[in-house]
Write a protein that binds this ligand. Structure first.
Ligand code: ADP
Ligand code: MG
Length: 499
């Protein structure tokens, strides 16, 4: 009896072992088949994202053409080419205490700066960062948003120390950086055309945002005059020019992307105002809305766009900027998991959550130098709840980061070359070396090293010799200081200072 049981157990165990072996073999076979599929999806994605120099030159040319069309007439292009009313960039002579507000993305900043003129420059500068609650960003009302801003500003003004000086009897003045497409009506007023970057508050569209802010400041009992309304690109350009007279354009690479540059006023056919004394006008391109048949757009991008808050819009931005790079990665990984068992037999449910993979996490994985890609493994575990990723899986993730980021960085470089072409600065003229400095701000450019390096390398590829006189310069938070500087040059007391 005992023997029989033992015998049966042995047979049973043998059968189980055999069964497990067959299963394992089957799975391995299946996996090898699936890996082929993963690799095919990877290759296909890589091909569709390709940005050879020829294609980038077409993108740069298309950018130049669209710039021209947008300057020629209202609505003439996807590029709005908005007139900023900034026709005098900072000179260094600006003096006094000025405030700035920066609203345009993940964080909202308030700042004050004491300007000391040519000699003393920026005497003191203080910044406070406030994160904007999701329920204020989308689905709230104009009153909720602007009360939130005015309250934060009032609290900040209340902490002004003795290092800041406002002459007696004067009103505090503010530069308002509002980084969404605005139809500017004057230097200190403008109506919101549309929201971007995840903001959506219906009753602000079409309103004068300075008027809305003024009302909220009144409700908060705060007496501050808005002297300048600018976009972050225009602010960055102003801040950049203050530090370096060769700055001719500014680019934002953060949550979203945009660019501004200094145009010759007579080259703006749709400008019906007086020709400014300087002969120049800063143009806010709103380049995030650029699109062209030359842009390498994949089905992942198309789906991201369809499911976004602003379908059909900001196509260039959706390929390039920090808000979207991690999301593109998530979409490709999700398909690889679903159709090619990238992570084994199950699809991590976290992978189906939109925007769960953020660009800073993607950057951390992309820069992982460890032999076993430990950082990638940890991120996969922590964010996507993939407990035991293999080295092979991790390598695929890194390759995808590289494809997505290179495409974004290279297309950004092509856009900058488009601006240089528009200004005739993309080639040497008779051997003369005209320096062109592009001030770049935004955490994507600042912190995503591989993105930044790739952008700079691509500039060299596209410009050849002329690359030596083109400088891409990080302008860290130039937009805040820039807005304060523009408030200074549009101060109600400027004439008093001069007389
Ligand atoms: P905004 O554009 O909102 O004014 P930032 O310039 O700070 O603000 O950009 C924030 C964006 O930059 C984030 O949405 C994120 O996508 C990206 N980002 C922030 N930190 C990093 C990082 N370490 N690596 C890559 N991207 C980053
Ligand atoms: Mg910003």
């Amino acid at each position: 009896m005992g023997k029989l049981v033992v015998g049966a157990t042995v047979v049973c165990t043998a059968a189980v072992v055999c069964g497990v072996a067959v299963l394992l073999m089957k799975r391995r076979m299946k996996n090898s088949g699936e890996w082929g599929k993963v690799e095919a999806l990877l290759k296909d994605f890589e091909e569709k994202c390709a940005t050879p120099v020829g294609k980038l030159k077409q993108v740069a040319d298309a950018m130049t053409v669209e710039m021209q069309a947008g300057l020629a007439s209202e609505g003439g292009s996807k590029l709005k080419m908005l007139i900023s009313y900034v026709d005098n960039l900072p000179t260094g002579d600006e003096k006094g205490l000025f405030y700035a507000l920066d609203l345009g993305g993940t964080n909202f900043r308030v700042m004050r700066v004491q300007l000391g003129g040519k000699e003393k420059r920026i005497v003191k500068h203080e910044v406070k960062e406030v994160s904007i609650p999701q329920n204020v960003m989308a689905g709230s009302s104009s009153e909720v948003l602007f009360d939130f801003i005015a309250t934060a500003l009032a609290e900040f003004v209340a902490t002004e120390g003795d290092d800041f000086h406002l002459p007696p009897g004067r009103q505090r003045e503010l530069g308002f950086t509002f980084s969404f497409p605005v139809k500017q009506l004057s230097i200190a007023s403008g109506t919101l055309i549309k929201w971007t970057k995840g903001f959506s508050i219906e009753d602000v569209v079409g309103q004068d945002v300075v008027g809305e802010l003024a009302k909220a400041m009144e409700r908060a009992g705060l007496d501050v005059r808005v002297a300048a309304l600018v976009n972050d690109t225009v602010g960055t350009l102003a801040g950049g020019r203050y530090n370096n007279p060769d700055v001719i354009a500014a680019v934002i690479l953060g949550t979203g992307t945009n660019a501004a540059y200094v145009e010759r006023a007579h080259a703006i056919p749709k400008w019906h105002g007086l020709l400014p004394k300087s002969g120049e006008m800063v143009i806010n391109m709103e380049w995030g809305n650029f699109r062209s048949s030359h842009l390498p757009v994949t089905e992942y991008d198309q789906n991201l766009d369809i499911e976004s808050l602003n379908p059909g819009e900001q196509i260039y931005e959706k390929i390039i900027s920090g808000m979207y790079l991690g999301e593109i990665l998530r979409r490709v990984l999700c398909r690889m998991a679903e159709e090619a068992s990238l992570f084994g037999d199950y699809v991590p449910s976290k992978l189906k959550v939109p925007f769960v993979l953020r660009t800073p996490d993607m950057s951390a994985m992309h820069h992982d130098e460890s032999a076993d890609l430990k950082v990638v493994g940890n991120k996969l575990k922590d964010i996507l709840e993939v407990p035991n990723s293999t080295l092979k899986m991790r390598k695929i993730v890194v390759e995808l980061c590289d494809i997505i980021t290179s495409r974004g960085a290279r297309l950004s470089a092509a856009g900058i070359v488009g601006i240089l072409k528009k200004l005739g600065r993309d080639t040497f003229k008779d051997g003369e070396k005209q320096r062109s400095v592009i001030a770049v701000d935004g955490a994507l450019f600042e912190h995503y090293t591989k993105f930044r390096n790739c952008l700079k390398e691509t500039m060299k590829e596209l410009l050849g010799d002329a690359a030596d006189s083109t400088i891409i310069e990080l302008s860290n938070d130039g937009s805040g200081v820039g807005a304060a500087l523009l408030a200074a040059s549009h101060s109600q007391y400027t004439d008093l200072e001069e007389s």
